[in-house]
Design a protein around this ligand. Sequence first.
Ligand code: LLP
Length: 428
Amino acid sequence: MHAFAYKNGTLYCEDTKLADIAAAVGTPTFVYSKKTILDDLAEFQQALSPLDAHVAYAVKACSNKAILNMMAKTGVGFDIVSGGELWRVINAGGDPTQCTYAGVAKTEAEIRYALEQGIYCINCESENELRAIDRIAGDMGIKAPVAVRVNPHVDAHTHKYITTGTNENKFGVDITRIEELYATIAAEMPNLHIKGLQMHIGSQLTDVTPFVQAIEKVRPIVIKFKELYHIEFWSIGGGIGIVYDGCLASGQPEWWAERPEQITIRSYAEAIIPLLQPLGLKILIEPGRRIVGNAAAMLTTCIYEKKGEAKTFKMIDAGMNDIIRPALYEGYHEIWPVNEHSGDTIIADIVGPICESGDFQAQNRAIADVQPGEVLAEMSAGAYGFSMASTYNSRPLAAEVLVDGDKWYIIRRRQTLEQIVEGECLPE
Ligand code: LLP
């Protein structure tokens, strides 16, 4: 569920008209619903309450300071993947002792920083990384809390760029080698404290089956590790998918009745709780997309129309630098005019201003016949939208707005051209 819907022919986020935000702030602008984010976080906590479960929100999905601050106030933890993300979380009022730190190539400076800040656990991805942390912790005279990411070799059936849990991927340590590695840590790395085990099989999973398969496969190892190393947690990662195609309709309760196969927080929880509850361990989950994905739309303005021999193009003022998902993952985002049209659908490509043929937000899409000057909302833009944006083609980063009922706040000012070139300098 989310808070975007047409009321009397105009698209709202909660009780705020998107057209009003576009008029005041300009476009492109990402608009987030506070209610959707907080409701989804609460739903995770509620659905998993039979477990000793803790949410570590995956910061990479959307890392705006105001959003992290709002989440931190609910007491959630954070899953970070760089020193920069940890700094952001702390800067936003988050607690580093509730953070886990993932990633395959952490630098020495990042590891030191995380340990100095009292990170809850560093989730490691290789023996060499563990040896580096052992050495750094030894230098610092402390014991570093670690877990290893096990790669369970389960196919998540998602896009190849966001599948992470097979032995073709760079992530984690193969399930066939994990027991030997834990024995090596215990025997040879005195400055490490084995705190848990981690896994994450991929992103945008719309079916619970791969989650269940991975949990069933790894569970016997978790049971052994609890005995042998007294591990305190098992992190089962993130990856719960959202609705892209059908997004606007999915804000209405009736939609869900027609799509019983679509994963929900509840169906995910119901499938995994019976497998995890008997373990008597703390369970961490690292959702990113499911919390922020449907909670935002990106507003963009139609600039021109071009009718070609083969296609009609609607040119917009947002490019692949603002949302790269269609270009990179063949991602599908619904696009709706903020002032509703009746019945005049055409087939068009919605393309941006960037000098690349991959710069499209939709291809061969049935869409309202919007005219230059009209504002559109690109839906499901909250996860891996702004957080993957760049200034390619010297295009300033978009503005971000947080809606709270009928009030809204700018949570990131549009970047200026001066800010784009700020760090550049001429050679002496
Ligand atoms: N935990 C770990 C270790 C991860 O690598 C990720 C995402 C998550 C949690 C959160 O996954 P989520 O719940 O958001 O699916 N840019 C891509 C998605 C990349 C996901 C990377 N890892 C996209 O736009 O689809």
